[in-house]
Design a protein around this ligand. Structure first.
Ligand code: HEC
Ligand code: HEC
Ligand code: HEC
Ligand code: HEC
Ligand code: HEC
Length: 419
């Protein structure tokens, strides 16, 4: 009996090596995509951090305050933030590994800023030029003071910079914060807008053509979607809670905001509800499946220099429960070289292959079983999310991988189609 098996490797055909290389390349290694003067807008060179006083130099003199200081009065927020990837952004193993690789590469090529990664992953270290992250505050990653000194943001072409207040005012969502002896408080112009998040969740490389290579594209995807007028980044990633915003005498009970910043790691509660699959029809020889990006406010997976991939996996069983057919579809952003092949980290990116699902998109996929002789009685349809390819487990460590990076089954349907 001929059994048609599509060899299904849940990882990617190109293999572990490419992925590790591309991972290590996250995100600025696409070296030949050198910004061309003619296509580089002047804003490309705008500094990422600007001082409210208008003098860039005094940024270095800001005495950033540690999250440990805020903890005394903002205990719940501190505890939430501490578990978040904001607090882990400079110390997590995956970042550390790729940052080391990037530095070695940048030193060899001498065209790139070897510390550029720190501008988002360890902004305090970057601003204070503590590139070795020797001061403990530099290792706090995206710490409280990075977001709460932001008096405003400045928009440039596909890029936003942060306007930081060097003084002792913290900018938050409230216009009526009660007084405290530690800091002044003001309602920020940017803190409650998605544009605050754009300062790190939007980054790209211009090329010599019209192509702009997305390194972090989440904000742009959101902005181009109907979510831009419905829900901010904060509405999904900082859900509201009720309670005191500060452990301080007379502090009122308010609407406050979770600082867990849950996202794409395996233990995130957002992933379960992100997308849905359903069987649209089965003709006896053709299966039609629909994948629906239901609750993600941007592309799924979001576009950027990440190895994240979504996989639709269908399996057919016969009356003795054997698998008689299986196939898959993948959703991911690929960089392509001049030959149209998936570009490795060190190739020129000439075009993109964008398979990602737009916000609210319903995509239909057809699977033909004409060559399957057995009678199919059951379909199993699954949608899997791979933050990283499984081959990385050995680099990330088993416990770390299992907790934060393991594949997640987003949705599944079992459909009995015959007897
Ligand atoms: C413009 C801001 C920005 C810059 C610059 C930047 N990153 Fe990131 N990085 C991010 C954001 C935002 C994420 C989360 C992306 C997501 O989940 O979609 C991220 C995620 C990552 C991750 C995944 C970490 C994990 O375990 O979750 C790695 C690794 C990483 N970046 C490495 C680097 C390296 C290496 C560089 C420098 C070559 C760099 N990044 C530069 C913003 C940045
Ligand atoms: C990535 C940016 C970011 C970081 C890091 C961050 N916050 Fe916030 N915080 C916000 C935003 C955005 C809001 C307002 C949310 C809204 O308007 O929907 C907020 C609100 C607040 C508020 C007032 C409302 C509330 O939820 O109680 C306080 C107080 C606060 N943050 C303190 C902190 C402290 C303390 C830390 C560090 C332990 C911290 N934040 C880290 C972005 C951040
Ligand atoms: C001595 C106690 C204390 C410390 C320490 C403290 N705060 Fe606050 N903070 C408060 C109080 C009280 C409020 C007002 C709460 C209210 O009105 O509900 C507040 C409010 C805020 C707000 C909201 C401002 C607004 O108008 O929306 C932010 C943001 C904030 N703090 C950030 C920080 C950060 C960041 C740190 C650490 C660098 C910090 N705080 C340390 C007591 C403190
Ligand atoms: C100063 C830079 C910076 C700002 C501002 C910033 N982020 Fe991030 N964000 C990062 C970096 C870096 C990461 C990647 C951390 C990692 O995995 O190493 C990240 C990761 C995330 C993640 C993914 C977490 C996960 O578990 O996968 C979410 C969600 C997120 N940010 C939401 C937000 C929101 C919402 C805002 C605006 C309120 C915001 N960020 C503002 C730098 C920033
Ligand atoms: C309608 C709700 C919604 C809105 C609005 C939204 N997100 Fe998300 N976001 C999600 C869900 C659900 C996930 C988990 C699925 C995934 O990883 O894409 C997610 C994942 C993420 C991740 C992790 C992606 C990854 O693959 O590691 C980042 C980073 C992120 N969001 C940032 C943002 C930023 C920045 C904004 C605003 C520009 C935003 N989100 C707006 C729902 C939302």
């Amino acid at each position: 009996m001929i059994r048609v098996f599509v060899i299904l490797i849940l990882t990617v055909a190109v293999g572990a090596f490419y992925y590790f290389v591309s991972l290590l390349a996250i995100p600025q290694v696409v070296p030949q995509v050198i910004p061309q003067k003619t296509k580089t807008s002047s804003s490309e060179k705008a500094p990422k951090f600007v001082s409210l006083t208008g003098k860039p130099l005094d940024l270095k003199k800001i005495s950033f305050q540690s999250a440990e200081t805020c903890k005394a009065c903002h205990t719940d927020i501190y505890d939430e933030w501490k578990q978040s990837w904001m607090a882990k952004s400079s110390q997590n193993k995956m970042f550390q590994l790729s940052f080391q690789q990037w530095k070695a590469f940048a030193q060899r090529s001498s065209k790139f800023d070897e510390n550029s990664c720190l501008s988002c992953h360890a902004p305090i270290g970057y601003i204070t030029e503590d590139y070795q992250l020797q001061n403990s505050i530099s290792r706090e990653g995206v710490s409280c003071d990075v977001c709460h000194r932001v008096a405003d943001v400045q928009e440039h072409d596909f890029f936003y910079s942060l306007v930081l207040d060097p003084g002792d005012t913290k900018y938050g969502p409230y216009s009526d914060a009660i007084e405290n002896p530690f800091h002044k408080a003001k309602q920020g112009r940017a803190v409650s807008k998605s544009e605050l998040c754009a300062t790190c969740h939007l980054d790209s490389l211009p090329t010599s053509t019209d192509l702009r290579v997305p390194l972090e594209w989440t904000f742009q995807e959101w902005k181009e979607s109907s979510y831009a007028s419905e829900k901010r980044c904060q509405d999904c990633h900082m859900p509201t809670l009720k309670g005191k915003s500060a452990d301080f005498p007379n502090a009122p009970v308010r609407k406050r905001f979770s600082h867990k910043f849950e996202g794409g790691h395996s233990d995130s509660s957002l992933l379960d509800k992100a997308a849905e699959v359903r069987v649209v029809s089965w003709s006896g020889t053709e299966l039609l499946v629909e994948v629906h990006n239901k609750n993600v406010g941007h592309h799924f997976p979001t576009k950027g220099a990440h190895p994240t991939e979504l996989i639709l996996w269908v399996k057919a069983r016969d009356d003795i429960n054997d698998i008689v057919f299986q196939d898959r579809r993948s959703y991911k952003l690929h960089y392509l070289n001049a030959q149209g092949k998936i570009a490795g980290a060190t190739e020129v990116v000439k075009s993109l292959r964008d398979e990602t699902l737009k916000p609210k998109e319903k995509r239909q996929e057809t699977f033909s079983t004409l060559s399957v002789p057995e009678k199919i009685v059951k379909w199993e349809v699954q949608l899997w999310y791979f933050l990283v390819p499984p081959q990385l487990e050995k680099f990330l460590g088993e416990e770390n991988y299992q907790k934060h990076y393991r594949p997640v089954l987003i949705d599944k349907v079992d459909e009995v189609v015959g007897d």
